[in-house]
Each structure stands twice: as structure tokens, then as C-alpha cells.
Design a protein around this ligand. Structure first.
Ligand SMILES: O=C(O)CCC(=O)C(=O)O
Ligand SMILES: [Fe+2]
Length: 341
């Protein structure tokens, strides 16, 4: 297929309605407070078994080479496994752009609505979707994901409320090397930051990252509390963009398959971010998305960053906004935005 087929991302406002059953799957006010306190949240069952099976089948077709369109160019830091790379951990970015079968499932409004509730935002847009596969090789070094937090890669984003849904395609536990959160670490102040933090964890020395976690915990007088996410099929974990996380080897006899679904709140936009050399940091989007009138990359480009959810969620009704941006989000008792975030 060619890159000339436009992605089918135009959505009507009706697309953001939830059924009554779906509304019962939104996080409760205590869940939202838990997320604000701990920096992670294990969701209810947001995908049916059939939907997950469809997602798995669609990703198998993706791995076999099926594409609805291809990226118009390959940005320098693109993760893009292909069979020539062999049996290492696979990462493939922009699967929502390149494969409509995957995109259709990922764009289920309920997922965006859960993210909106957690981020206390009226709008959630897709930021990135990365398909991940950990082969069942207990000693494969590339399977280990060193401690990091995602905001480091997103320094060109203004938002401090971005978040990620980690969506496994099966029950996922410690034996499989499930994602593991450092509890409450999104509230830590950072020490020892340098330009290297903006580089992807796969390009960094894992022992540096272990040390960085320890130094940051000590700086905050905090303990490192590791919480492995035990995720039943159809459920997913959400983490705040400043929550440290990582994952271990896949010691099971089955591949660990998942999508990291990175999400931006409505207000997020591009900002210039200079490295210590004076060089401008670039995210992969910056050479792909359309420019704003002033030339900055538009992180609202509907082809790459489609709206996944727009509307209220905090009253548990998840009503769509009659007009985008005109419905104020009512925060329940105890749901004030955490200061400094
Ligand atoms: O694959 C993993 O275990 C971690 C993925 C990750 O870093 C993320 O979802 O942000
Ligand atoms: Fe991450």
C-alpha cells in the first residue's frame, strides 16, 4: 500500500458517547484520587475478550507486513522492528497511523474517557501508539525495560498531565515481565537531569537508569516501592507521564504482547526544548505532523494525533460536550488538581 491513502480519522461528536454499561467502567472518584496519589491505575475490563482477540489478529497481520498506509518518511528516532532485527524485543511506533484494523480498536471512546477522567481533562488525543512484543526468551537482554518516565521523551510537549495506557493482549503477570510502577514517583522532584534522559531507554545503559532511580528516590526521601501490574485480559494499566516504570524478563513460555498507548490531554501543544548544546530537541512527530500557522508542529494534527475523547467524565455521566471546549469540567470533592502538576 502507499502513503497516499488518508487515515479515516474524521469523527462526529456522537462518536464520543458511552453506553450505560461503559459508564460503569469509568474510574470512580476514589480511583481518580488514587491515581493522583500513586501515579498509576489498573482499569476495569475496558475491552471484551473478542476485541482483544481482534487486536491480536490485527497485530499479527501488521507483523506479516499488512499496512493501510505507510509513514510519509521515517523520523530519525522511529522504533520500527522488522524481521531482519531477529528475536529481540519488538517496538513499532505509529501503528494507529499505519494500520486501520489496530486503530479502530484503539479508538474505542471508553479508553479515552477513562484517560480524561484520570487526567481531569475534557479532551484526550492520541499521542503515540507503540506495538510491543517480548519474545519468550528468559535471558534476552532487550526484553528488560529499564526504569524511566515517559515525560523525558516528551520534553517538546507543554503538558505535565500526559499519560499512557499499557494494554496487554492476554493476562499479564510478573512471569511475563509485566510493566512495573514505582509507586508515587510522579510526585518526586527530579535531580541529576541531563540531556541523556531525552534518549530512549533502549539506547541507554540500564545500570545508569537504576542509579538514577535510586538517586531520585533518595533526593525525595522516598522509598522505591515497585508495584508490578497484574493485568487480566481486557484490563489495562494507566500511568502518569512522570511515574517511573520498567519491566523485567519474559520468563513464560509465551510472547508478551501489548500496545503502549500514549495519550495527551486537550491542552497539550508543542514547545521548543533546547538541549544543553543549544540544539533543539525533536520528537518524531515534529517532522510528520502539519505545521501550525507560526510553523510549530501541530500536536492536534488529526492524521497523527486524533481526538479520542471529548466531553465530561467527572460526574460519572461521560456526556459528550455539545460544543468542544464549552463545557467546564466539574471536579468532585477531593478532586482538585494536584498543585504543581
Ligand atoms: O513494555 C513495558 O513493559 C514498558 C512500556 C513502557 O515503557 C510504557 O508503556 O511507557
Ligand atoms: Fe514508558
Amino acid at each position: 500500500m502507499t502513503s497516499s491513502v488518508p487515515p479515516p480519522f474524521a469523527l462526529t461528536e456522537e462518536a464520543f458517547a458511552l453506553t450505560e454499561e461503559e459508564r460503569s467502567l469509568l474510574p470512580s472518584d476514589p480511583d481518580i484520587e488514587f491515581y493522583a496519589e500513586h501515579g498509576w491505575y489498573l482499569s476495569k475490563k475496558l475491552f471484551t475478550d473478542d476485541e482483544i482477540d481482534e487486536l491480536l489478529a490485527a497485530t499479527e497481520r501488521y507483523y506479516a507486513g499488512e499496512r493501510s498506509r505507510t509513514l510519509p518518511l521515517r523520523p530519525p528516532k522511529l522504533a520500527y522492528w522488522d524481521p531482519s532485527k531477529g528475536d529481540v524485543q519488538r517496538h513499532n511506533d505509529y501503528v494507529h497511523y499505519e494500520h486501520d484494523g489496530i486503530a479502530r480498536l484503539l479508538r474505542k471512546p471508553l479508553i479515552g474517557a477513562v484517560a480524561a477522567a484520570l487526567a481531569r481533562s475534557e479532551e484526550i488525543r492520541l499521542f503515540q501508539s507503540t506495538l510491543i512484543y517480548k519474545p519468550p526468551l528468559p535471558t534476552e537482554p532487550s526484553n528488560v525495560v529499564p526504569w524511566h518516565f515517559d515525560k523525558h521523551y516528551w520534553s517538546t510537549s507543554t503538558s505535565e498531565a500526559m499519560l499512557t495506557a499499557f494494554i496487554p493482549f492476554h493476562d499479564c503477570d510478573e512471569e511475563m515481565g509485566t510493566i512495573t510502577m514505582i509507586d508515587g514517583s510522579h510526585r518526586w522532584r527530579e535531580t541529576g537531569r541531563d540531556d541523556t534522559v531525552t534518549r530512549h531507554f533502549a539506547e541507554r545503559d540500564p545500570s545508569d537508569l537504576e542509579g538514577m532511580l535510586g538517586r531520585n528516590a533518595a533526593y525525595n526521601n522516598a522509598d522505591v516501592v515497585k508495584v508490578p501490574m497484574i493485568i487480566p485480559k481486557g484490563h489495562m494499566s494507566f500511568h502518569h507521564c512522570r511515574t517511573y516504570h520498567g519491566s523485567g524478563a519474559n520468563r513464560s513460555p509465551r510472547p508478551r504482547r501489548a500496545i503502549s498507548f500514549h495519550l495527551q490531554d486537550g491542552e497539550n501543544a508543542y514547545r521548543r526544548f533546547e538541549l544543553s548544546t543549544g540544539e533543539l530537541l525533536a520528537y518524531n512527530h515534529d517532522v510528520l505532523v502539519r505545521p501550525l500557522p507560526d510553523g510549530r508542529p501541530d500536536y492536534r494534527d488529526p492524521d497523527f494525533c486524533p481526538v479520542l475523547w471529548r466531553g465530561r467524565t467527572s460526574d460519572g455521566l461521560a456526556r459528550r460536550a455539545p460544543e468542544a471546549g464549552h463545557v467546564s469540567l466539574s471536579l468532585g470533592r477531593g478532586c482538585q488538581r494536584r498543585s504543581g502538576r
